[in-house]
Ligand binder design. Structure first.
Ligand code: HEC
Ligand code: HEC
Ligand code: HEC
Ligand code: HEC
Length: 454
């Protein structure tokens, strides 16, 4: 079915001669994404996940093939945090956006938390501009931020100019302000730009990294703005499109799962809005080979930098330590043999098959004890702790091995939910899931026999 959808859409695009549609006028599309929050690609933990830079690139490519002139813009918050993995992600994302022909990246509050050194590098090395009309960063490493970006469509007969402005709401920054960052009142910052641009360009687009309510107020203050890309924490952006007078306020949603598209018809240097929509990036879009290579490169950097080894490990109380599932098999052979055949017993191989075994974000749930002293750390010394082992659910077992009558191993639904959370296992239900992996019933009298036999 996947293949079928794909080939149908390609046939459709190819069989319509572009000249018949765009004989007397042309069409431009402003595309927008935002709040990726580090989601480069769906993790693949369950079927039907949306998003990813790979499908996004394919989507943009299809539009270009339809002879649309596209202006992709990014609303802000490429990553969630500002640790080393986030830095690598931010660079990967900026390279991806540059490759896809993004005209700008508007700064969100997460972006400006990134170290000025990284921002400085990215602001100068990528062929995509950083935009913010109201944020400036004065660090020892200069960060190049444009207060406005003006783009012109290429068509000589129908040439139009589009101005992009961008703001960051002050409401997101009260608690943690980087000392280098200055942020001014959005409306005040926008005023001179809107005034200066309104008679010079055909369309003003605002990237408003702000809550919907604040963006609505901005829309009321500036009827000259023709399109506002906005929203924060909006899960279902399709239901969130609103209008102030005739200006659409539209959000690209979260986690890079959607892409927004505003289409304009251009005729004799005038511009007219045709549609505004938000499209879910499902598996009907192919994977772009360029993005697949870029993501592979990202995984390689994680491996080369040895990020797995750099995650801090929490101490365990009372001299507890992980020992690995195989050590349990000595006395609980039936349970071990059964466990080994469940998907918990092969969870690490799933990552190896995908090339994600050096990614701390995946390892935490697909191995045993990662993030705790004596838990999984790397594949060189910790082969006994790969997969979701016995101790993932029962806890570190060194003491139980020494004294089997000690109180050990009680576990419940809360343990499962550490990994089976809504983001990675949305259909999880304890009874239903436990049934699928329940241990074989072992008669108690078997224990002493096994113990004697070792
Ligand atoms: C918070 C824990 C968690 C994290 C983090 C996590 N996974 Fe998973 N993963 C799971 C769980 C739980 C399942 C099983 C989900 C289900 O069937 O309901 C799963 C299933 C999978 C599957 C499907 C296996 C199959 O055979 O169907 C793949 C592939 C996968 N994960 C890859 C990844 C990758 C790649 C990453 C990192 C980008 C990752 N996971 C991060 C918990 C996690
Ligand atoms: C030396 C043999 C031995 C080893 C090794 C061993 N166990 Fe046990 N385990 C036992 C015996 C015997 C019992 C039953 C104790 C009792 O009922 O008091 C038991 C009980 C348990 C229980 C049930 C506890 C309860 O109170 O219901 C769990 C869970 C458990 N073991 C898990 C593990 C895990 C996980 C490992 C590996 C880290 C492991 N065992 C290693 C012998 C062993
Ligand atoms: C340390 C993380 C972790 C914990 C704790 C955990 N799981 Fe899982 N679970 C996973 C991962 C990862 C997978 C996917 C394995 C794969 O295919 O790679 C999975 C897969 C499963 C599956 C198979 C889903 C399928 O049909 O493919 C079931 C069932 C399941 N878990 C039940 C449970 C239950 C019940 C608990 C609690 C008693 C639990 N899990 C605790 C990580 C965990
Ligand atoms: C996905 C989580 C999970 C994993 C992995 C897991 N167990 Fe369990 N185990 C449980 C749960 C939940 C129970 C309680 C079952 C119940 O109440 O019926 C349990 C019960 C037990 C018991 C008590 C006896 C029984 O059957 O009720 C033993 C012994 C045990 N596990 C050993 C192991 C060993 C050994 C391994 C690894 C080979 C292992 N478990 C892996 C979740 C897990």
């Amino acid at each position: 079915m996947k293949m079928l959808l794909l080939s149908l859409s390609i046939v459709f695009f190819v069989s319509v001669p572009p000249d018949t549609i765009y004989a007397s006028s042309s069409e431009i599309a402003i595309l927008f994404s935002g709040e990726e929050l580090g989601a480069l690609q769906p993790c693949g933990c369950y079927e039907g996940q949306l998003g990813g830079i790979s499908r996004r690139d394919a989507f943009i490519d299809l539009l270009k093939k339809q002879k649309n002139q596209v202006f992709p813009a990014s609303l802000g918050d490429l990553t969630k945090g500002s640790g080393r993995q986030d830095e690598i992600k931010m660079e990967t994302l900026c390279r991806a956006l540059g490759f896809m022909g993004y005209v700008l990246h508007n700064l969100g509050e997460k972006d400006i938390e990134m170290s000025p050194r990284v921002l400085s590098f990215l602001s100068q090395s990528q062929n995509m501009e950083f935009l913010s009309t109201n944020v400036s960063i004065k660090a020892p490493f200069p960060v190049k931020i444009n207060q406005s970006v003006v783009k012109e469509s290429l068509d000589p007969d129908n040439g139009v100019k589009i101005a992009f402005l961008g703001i960051l709401s002050k409401s997101f920054l009260e608690h943690h302000m980087n000392e280098y960052v200055t942020i001014s009142e959005p409306v005040k910052a926008l005023k001179p730009f809107v005034k200066q641009l309104k008679n010079k360009v055909n369309l003003i687009v605002l990237l408003s990294h702000a809550p919907m309510e604040e963006s609505r107020e901005i829309a009321k203050s500036f009827p000259e703005i023709g399109l506002i890309i906005t929203g924060h924490n909006i899960e279902e952006p399709k239901d969130a499109i609103t209008y102030v007078h005739n200006t659409p306020l539209v959000s690209p949603g979260m986690g890079g799962r959607f892409i927004g598209i505003a289409k304009y018809g251009v005729n004799k240097k005038t511009i007219e809005r045709k549609s505004v929509e938000v499209v879910p990036l499902d598996n009907s879009y192919p994977e772009s080979q360029e993005m697949v290579s870029l993501l592979r490169e990202y995984q390689n950097i994680l491996k080369e930098e040895g990020l797995l080894n750099k995650t801090p490990q929490a101490p365990l109380p009372n001299g507890l330590a992980y020992t690995g599932s195989f050590a349990c098999s000595v006395c609980h052979k039936m349970i071990y043999d059964h466990w080994y055949k469940t998907t918990h017993g092969t969870a690490y191989n799933t990552l190896v098959d995908d090339g994600h075994q050096y990614d701390p974000e995946c390892i935490q749930c697909h191995t045993t004890g990662y993030g705790e002293i004596s838990g999984f750390l790397n594949d060189e010394k910790y082969q006994n702790l790969i997969h979701v082992g016995c101790e993932s659910c029962h806890g570190p077992g060194n003491k139980h091995r020494e004294n089997v009558n000690d109180d050990y191993g009680s576990t419940d639904e809360a343990t499962c939910l550490k990994c089976h959370d809504s983001e990675h296992s949305p259909t999880f239900q304890f009874n239903e899931y436990w049934k699928r992996i329940a241990h074989p019933k072992v008669p108690m009298k078997k224990y002493p026999q096994t113990i004697e036999s070792q």
